[in-house]
Design a protein around this ligand. Structure first.
Ligand SMILES: C[S@@+](CC[C@H](N)C(=O)[O-])C[C@H]1O[C@@H](n2cnc3c(N)ncnc32)[C@H](O)[C@@H]1O
Length: 405
């Protein structure tokens, strides 16, 4: 089967490495394309990828790829697919359409034509037609239009894979689990040194990291779309889940998170319990501008701090601002300059990876980044900056950055 695994922009190469690790030699023709990864593989790998992938949004099976010029061509393309091999007329379905540079005027109309083709095919073959269900369909069909081609996919994931099944409590600006996992992958953190998120919110980064450290498959506590497809067999799927259960281990290093909002800390604790990592991760309240390193051994900090758009810095920086009108960039500058000063003073030897849409973040922090990885947080273009907190040199580089600014 030809598989396509969509992912956030910037994550493609990390996903290629992850797929290679999950599928081994069973992933043929594996390559990154814009916004995802393609490969050829079998049904067992479809199940394994859904169960083990932290970075992909879905696992899609390609069922058609052809040129088109108008809605009639789309009808034709959709009516040639043997949908009856994938699901029955008694099941509900939904078509989701995405397009890039399509010449068609109405994408809704295009989706309607493909829906008609699918339904007509079932009716012509057995007299019964499946119904459309937009909220909780049994089966999702994805269609992607470029300027000249239409590609049709049967989805095997159901709910998108970032929904791991453990995050019921979340704050105002939660990070998608898949993006938290991408930050971990980009940082190269491998569970051997302590990890700390000082602006942890609902705990997504620390909990993902704890699951990595404990070898817990991200999909162990959820259901998947493939369980409703004709090809599904319960026995091999149960075996894959049992194998995954047997691989669980204890974390080798401590993982910590803290947040200035105690409500968030409560959320994070509850989420960690549901994710099966309550023992491996430790959450506390506290201002990132005041908290001291949670471990004696230096480790990795990984965070998406408050951006100012949806969520503001609280704690000492927030209190200093209270009562005076300040521009948004000045507020952010305050917080980040103080954060950098705190890290330089107390976090000698730590590496900090900070996800931010602010390309000037290093200047604001008066730090020189040693890496910047482009990454998309939904529609927001971000960078994951790496700062190495080495006492003397951080200060020197800070002075250089200040001089440049
Ligand atoms: C963008 S959110 C992080 C979201 C988190 N990664 C998640 O998935 O839920 C930023 C977090 O920083 C916290 N925050 C704001 N100011 C802070 C401060 N001075 N110290 C610690 N945390 C702070 C907010 O309460 C918020 O939870």
């Amino acid at each position: 089967m030809n598989l396509f695994l969509p992912c956030a922009g910037g994550v493609e190469e990390f996903l290629v490495a992850e797929v290679a690790r999950i599928c081994g030699g069973e992933a043929r023709q594996l390559r990154a394309v814009r916004g995802g990864v393609q490969l050829e593989s079998g049904w067992r790998e479809v199940m394994r990828l859904n169960l083990h992938s932290r970075l992909s949004q879905r696992v899609l099976v390609q069922v058609a790829h052809r040129p088109y010029r108008n809605e009639g061509d789309l009808y034709e393309a959709a009516s040639q697919v043997a949908w009856e091999d994938w699901f029955s007329a008694k099941q509900t379905f939904k078509i989701e359409l995405t397009a890039q540079h399509s010449p068609l005027k109405s994408l809704n109309f295009a989706a309607l034509k493909m829906k008609d083709a699918l339904v007509d095919r079932f009716r012509d073959r057995g007299g019964v037609r499946p119904s459309v269900e937009t909220r909780w369909p049994d089966v999702r069909v994805f269609a992607h239009l470029t300027a000249e081609t239409v590609t049709l996919y049967v989805d095997t994931s159901g709910e998108p894979l970032f929904k791991r099944g453990w995050r019921e409590d979340k704050g105002e600006a939660p990070l998608k689990e898949t993006l938290a996992a991408a930050m971990i992958a980009a940082s190269g953190w491998d569970g051997r040194v302590p990890l700390y998120d000082p602006c942890c919110g609902s705990g997504t980064i620390a909990i993902e990291a704890a699951q990595v450290a404990c070898n817990i498959a991200p999909g162990l506590s959820r259901r998947f779309g493939f369980e409703k497809l004709r090809a599904f067999e319960a026995a091999p799927w149960q075996r894959l889940k049992q194998e995954a259960q047997a691989m669980r281990s204890r974390a080798e290093v401590p993982i910590h998170g803290s947040d200035v909002a105690f409500r968030m800390v409560d959320f994070a604790v509850r989420n960690a319990q549901r994710a099966g990592v309550a023992e491996a991760v430790n959450f506390r309240g506290g201002d990132a501008l005041q908290r001291m390193p949670p471990t004696e051994t230096a480790g990795v900090m990984l965070l998406n701090p408050p951006y100012g758009e949806r969520i503001e810095a609280g704690g000492v920086a927030g209190a200093r601002r209270a009562g005076r009108e300040t521009a948004q960039s000045e507020q952010a500058g305050d917080f980040f300059a103080q954060l950098a000063a705190h890290w330089k003073k107390h976090y000698d030897g730590w590496t900090a990876w900070v996800l931010s849409p602010d390309l000037k973040l290093p200047t604001r922090m008066r730090l020189k980044e040693s890496r910047r990885v482009p990454m998309w947080n939904g529609p927001i273009e971000c960078r994951l900056f790496r700062f190495d907190m080495v006492k003397g040199s951080a200060r020197r580089e800070g002075q250089d950055a200040a001089a440049r600014a």
